[in-house]
Ligand binder design. Structure first.
Ligand code: OGA
Ligand code: MN
Length: 294
């Protein structure tokens, strides 16, 4: 027999059994992957949308960035997240801190301990990120789970009339608030979605890797379908959101220390449960540069 037939991969992909998500067994993100292993991981990412790499132990931030770069160029962390204390990630421009920890009166990262409502990241930009890797360093005893929803499945299962209605629609994605509902610096409060400021994207996008179509909704708050009367825009968006966040499209990540989650921001949404603010949660995140939405 050819030698290739004897080559056994050390990687195993174990699907969550839910609508998306899989564990990648046999990869510690601190080690270098062979070309074959990398190919397997990329294929698994396209197939399962969210990958979990468990048991990485302590990961130097440089290693987290190097691993993330296997999937594309990295965005620089937003400036607002670089106000953290010296012990944190300010020396790594590609790392964002997500945390409720406060040092000397200054939050070391974003999102606090609040619930983060359903969203895809930074869709108010013209080229939203391709995906992110989130690495758990400190986790609270309860709460703070991160839920992911499969937007291919949401699109494919839309009722026929709704599917036809959204086929060529575009949506304005609100730039004024983050997923914890906080008003971003320099933005006015929006009370009428017809005045929403942010990027305009197709409601149904085609994934550049899989070629499959999926819903691309961003955030519900202040979203608007340009050209529609406000009531019709609201009714259509409400119907889409009610469908897209149905429990059968969702898988929830319950964090363990050393977990790294890699999500595809183009074909999934995520939300995070709140947690007790007197407990600590500290995560480091990279963001992979995306492409125009078509
Ligand atoms: C994010 C985000 C969720 C979490 O980093 O974009 O939504 O679980 N994080 O912290
Ligand atoms: Mn997010």
């Amino acid at each position: 027999m050819a030698e290739a037939a004897l080559a056994v991969s050390s990687i195993e992909i174990v699907p969550s059994g839910k609508a998306l998500g899989a564990d990648v067994i046999g990869v510690d993100i601190k080690r270098d992957l062979s070309a074959e292993e990398l190919g397997q991981v990329r294929q698994a990412w396209a197939e399962h949308l969210v990958l979990r790499f468990r048991g990485n132990g302590e990961v130097p931030l440089q290693k987290l960035a190097d691993f993330s770069r296997l999937f594309g160029d990295l965005d620089r962390a937003p400036v607002a997240s670089q106000t953290m204390g010296k012990d944190f990630a300010w020396q790594h421009p590609e790392i964002t801190v997500i945390s409720n920890v406060v040092v000397d009166g200054t939050p070391v990262g974003g999102l606090g301990s609040y619930e983060a409502v359903w969203h895809s990241d930074m869709t108010y930009n013209a080229t939203p990120p391709k995906g992110s890797a989130l690495y758990a360093v400190e986790i609270p005893p309860s709460g703070g789970d991160t839920h992911f929803a499969n937007m291919y499945l949401a699109y494919e299962t839309l009722p026929t009339n709704l599917k036809a209605q959204v086929e060529h629609l575009h949506c304005v994605h609100d730039a004024s608030r983050n997923s914890a509902g906080e008003l971003r610096m320099g933005f006015a409060d929006i009370t009428d979605p017809r005045h929403t400021v942010g990027a305009v994207h197709p409601v149904v996008r085609t994934h550049p890797v899989t070629g499959k179509r999926c819903l691309f909704l961003g955030r519900r708050r202040n979203a608007y379908l340009p050209g529609q009367p406000l009531e019709e825009s609201e009714a259509l968006l409400d119907a889409l959101w009610a469908h897209a966040t149905r429990p059968e499209f969702v898988w929830a990540q319950q964090w363990q220390l050393g977990d790294v989650i890699l999500w595809d921001n183009r074909c999934t949404m995520h939300r995070r449960d709140s947690f007790d603010p007197s407990t600590r949660r500290l995560m480091y995140r990279t963001q992979i540069t995306g492409e125009a939405v078509i």
